[in-house]
Design a protein around this ligand. Structure first.
Ligand SMILES: Cc1ncc(C[n+]2csc(CCOP(=O)(O)OP(=O)(O)O)c2C)c(N)n1
Ligand SMILES: [Mg+2]
Length: 298
């Protein structure tokens, strides 16, 4: 099934309610902005958002010019999970079990600097939703590498290409005993909406990882954000999947009609790589898929 039209649904079936307003200061073509728009459509107005230092600190705006139509708490870089946990405790004291607390953090704020707080809430099974919008570097400060930056990527701090692979945070979250873990991206909006709805209905600790293409940092034309996300999925470089305990389930099998080399070749951040290095990355991705196919609950 094609999750961009999951269950035969078309774009027109996306909920009309808006909790994210136009006029915000995201870069043109930012993937993280429409991702929030879709997420809030699925979660609804009884949601509180916690945002650590990141591009989204800017996109959300300063009082009184918030772009969000739901309550928002800005936090320091490393404390989104702890602040979300505190908000949840306060809501419980007030007798409000319904309002969902969503931490919304970048990859630097999740994979690196916010990781100890994230591990703490996951291990304590805190009843929050933690979302990492992953643009694969510290973009708000000009594009330095994070542990979510993929192998070979050129960034401000890896001018010759990153020598390490992306940290496997998804399995780390699953190993914490999270109630729900999923990946999604804006090119497959119905898949994304279904996962946020499932996260809304699940109790306990939930984690959603969003691939958020960034034209500024990745180096592709700003009208190609959705295309880039689709190429990531259809080449197998990014996997749409979910975990509800016991194993991963792939929610969309890629066509593999797009080659990994094509996906990488469309971005300036990989332009220093030669055909051999591109093939090596493609080969590693193909072996990941073989591994997944063996364990997939499908
Ligand atoms: C303790 C601390 N160190 C560094 C910074 C500077 N800083 C602000 S946003 C940011 C990058 C955040 O990267 P990421 O979490 O990936 O979000 P993105 O900017 O990519 O949206 C950095 C380094 C800070 N605010 N606080
Ligand atoms: Mg980032």
């Amino acid at each position: 099934m094609d999750p961009s039209t999951r269950g035969g649904q078309k774009m027109m079936d996306v909920p009309r309610d808006e909790h994210f307003q136009p006029g915000h200061p995201a870069c043109p073509g930012c993937g993280a902005a429409p991702s929030m728009r879709l997420a809030l459509k699925a979660l609804g107005p009884r949601t509180m958002v916690v945002i650590p230092a990141s591009c989204w600190s800017i996109i959300a705006g300063a009082h009184p010019f918030f772009s969000l139509g739901v309550p928002l708490l800005h936090t320091p870089f490393l404390s989104a999970a702890a602040a979300a946990s505190g908000l949840k405790a306060a809501l419980e004291i007030q007798g409000d079990p319904e309002t969902l607390v969503m931490a919304w953090a970048g990859d630097g704020g999740t994979f690196d600097i916010g990781f100890q707080g994230l591990s703490g809430v996951a291990e304590r099974r805190t009843d929050i939703l933690y979302v990492c919008y992953d643009n694969e570097a510290y973009m708000n400060t000009g594009g330095q590498r994070s542990s979510a930056t993929p192998l070979g990527t050129q960034t401000g701090t890896t001018p010759g290409g990153k020598p390490e692979e992306k940290k496997d945070l998804l399995n780390i979250m699953a190993a914490h005993g999270a109630a729900y873990v999923a990946t999604a991206t804006l090119a497959y909006p119905h898949d994304l909406l279904a996962k946020f709805k499932k996260a809304r209905e699940t109790r306990g600790f939930r984690f959603i990882h969003l691939l958020s293409p960034c034209p500024t940092g990745w180096g592709f034309p700003e009208d190609k954000t959705v295309t880039m996300a689709r190429m990531a999925v259809e080449s197998g470089a990014y996997r749409l999947m979910e975990w509800e305990g016991g194993g991963w389930r792939t929610t969309h099998r890629p066509s593999f009609q797009v080659k990994v080399e094509e996906y990488l070749g469309a971005q300036r951040r990989f332009s220093h790589l030669g055909p051999m290095e591109l093939r090596e990355i493609a080969h590693r991705i193909a072996s990941h898929w073989e591994e997944i196919s063996r364990g997939d609950k499908g």
